[in-house]
Design a protein around this ligand. Structure first.
Ligand SMILES: Cc1ncc(COP(=O)(O)O)c(C=O)c1O
Length: 432
């Protein structure tokens, strides 16, 4: 269904009337985040109990149990952030320093920091131009004799091609970690992301599907990995195993313990997760419907096996039909009252200063020069991942993101689509 434009066609950026004048619900405020009485009630219980730490209280343990049940797995380990959740997963795996771990350059730093922290070498594979998620063919091209694991990132709420990822991991004997920070409850062939690799990792940071401000969760079906993950997130401390009560540190670990305050909020948020995801899917469906025939506007590609959760809603401009670049289009939409974002604000990760210097630990080049490898063997040169580089170059990028969260109503979706159609109509190429 196409809504008739209610507003004049002159762009707000050119002095016209904006499509939207009321504030828009975003992930950074109470309009876009449903946090309220349920969270407060559980938080009050924690505060009144005086038990703020997970080893004294009950909320984090309950959250882990409920999370595991929701995903149909036996083990869930809560932590302080998505970064910590990924570090916990990698810390549980039998990785050696110098091992290569393949991942995407279009992701948060929290995907790669833990690889480096474990003394492993991130190897970057290019992304699919339709979804900007890891391209399986590019992953396979990067496999060497040193490759030990893949971290598959489900970007923007869209699952990676998990048939292909699992197949590559199986054929090459690789470990597979799923970074589900942006994709909680997305599914591939009906299986929730996070349950198809060796371990799955989630973020509960402010912008995610559910939030505790910051927070993380690592899940697995493997009992040994689950036990090692729990140790890693709690100083390698095997609590309660010794009758004497003396401390026993079995493995290397850090303190990534989630607090009871986060656990309380997490429990209330987890109970709302399915309804948040239903709303996101509905907003996305409305947008796709409203934008079906908008000139030069390409709506998200969704693989037939995938049921995404639309962390944001990806739009791509068709330069054959629109005479406008992405920054100008985004500026015009902001002027219409729609808060849009770029897909990845910043260069592809390997172009960031730290990777270019290849210095992580002090003045050393470890792990890039470790285990018989020379620093020059590690390729972080410009041009490594052309699709990722085109996406992150404002002069070449054609994609951007519309907000999609539990606070966005059908009317908001219609107004977003109206604004997109208005701007696209303004810049549409006319036949000569
Ligand atoms: C894909 C991805 N991986 C990892 C992370 C790290 O999560 P956190 O910010 O909670 O540490 C994020 C968060 O932005 C993310 O989007």
């Amino acid at each position: 269904m196409v809504r008739a434009a209610r507003h004049e066609s002159r762009l707000a950026a050119d002095g016209g009337t904006p499509v939207r004048t009321r504030p828009f619900p975003t992930i950074n405020d109470a309009l876009g985040r449903q946090v309220g009485d349920e969270e407060l009630a559980l938080l009050e219980e924690v505060i009144r109990s005086g038990k703020l730490n997970r080893n004294t209280g009950t909320k984090v343990a309950a959250l882990e149990r409920e999370w595991a049940a929701a995903f149909g797995v036996d083990h869930a380990v809560a932590s302080t952030s998505g970064t910590a959740a990924i570090h916990t997963a990698l810390g549980a795996l039998p990785l050696d320093p110098g091992d290569e771990v393949i991942t995407t350059p279009i992701t948060d730093w929290g995907t790669v920091g833990p690889i480096l922290a474990q003394g492993c070498v991130p190897v970057f594979a290019d992304v699919d131009p339709r979804t900007y998620s890891l391209n399986p063919e590019e992953v396979e091209r990067r496999v060497t004799g040193r490759t030990r694991a893949i971290v598959a990132v489900h970007l923007l709420g869209q699952p990676c091609d998990m048939d292909a990822m699992r197949d590559i991991a199986r054929r090459h004997g690789l470990l597979l970690v799923e970074d589900c920070a942006q994709a909680m409850l997305a599914t591939w062939r009906g299986a929730p992301v996070g349950t198809m690799g060796d371990l799955g990792c989630f973020s509960l940071q402010q912008s995610k599907v559910i939030s505790t401000g910051d927070g993380g969760m690592t899940i697995t079906q493997d009992a040994a990995l689950g036990a090692r993950a729990a140790l890693f997130a709690d100083k390698g401390w095997a609590r309660g195993v010794r009758q004497s009560g003396r401390r026993e540190h079995r493995t290397f670990g850090l303190n990534y313990r989630m607090t009871e305050l986060q656990g309380a909020v997490g429990l209330a948020q987890l109970a709302k997760a399915a309804s948040f995801v239903a709303r996101r899917r509905r907003v996305a469906a409305r947008l796709t419907e409203h934008l079906a025939d908008a000139p030069g506007i390409i709506t998200p590609y969704v693989a037939p096996e995938a049921d995404p959760v639309y962390w944001f809603y990806l739009l791509t401009l068709d330069p054959a039909r629109l005479a406008v670049d992405q920054p100008t289009f985004m500026r015009a939409l902001r002027a219409e009252g729609i808060p849009v974002n770029g897909v990845h604000n910043g260069d592809a990760l390997y172009l960031q200063e730290m990777f270019q210097r290849k210095q992580v630990f002090g003045t050393s080049h470890y792990p890039f020069d470790y285990a018989g490898r020379s620093v020059e063997d590690v390729d972080y040169r410009p041009g490594l991942c052309p699709v990722a580089e085109a996406l992150t170059d404002p002069a070449r990028s054609r994609s951007f993101l519309l907000p999609c969260n539990e606070g966005v109503t059908d009317e908001d979706a219609a107004e977003m689509a109206e604004a997109v159609r208005k701007v696209a109509g303004h810049y549409a190429r006319r036949p000569a």
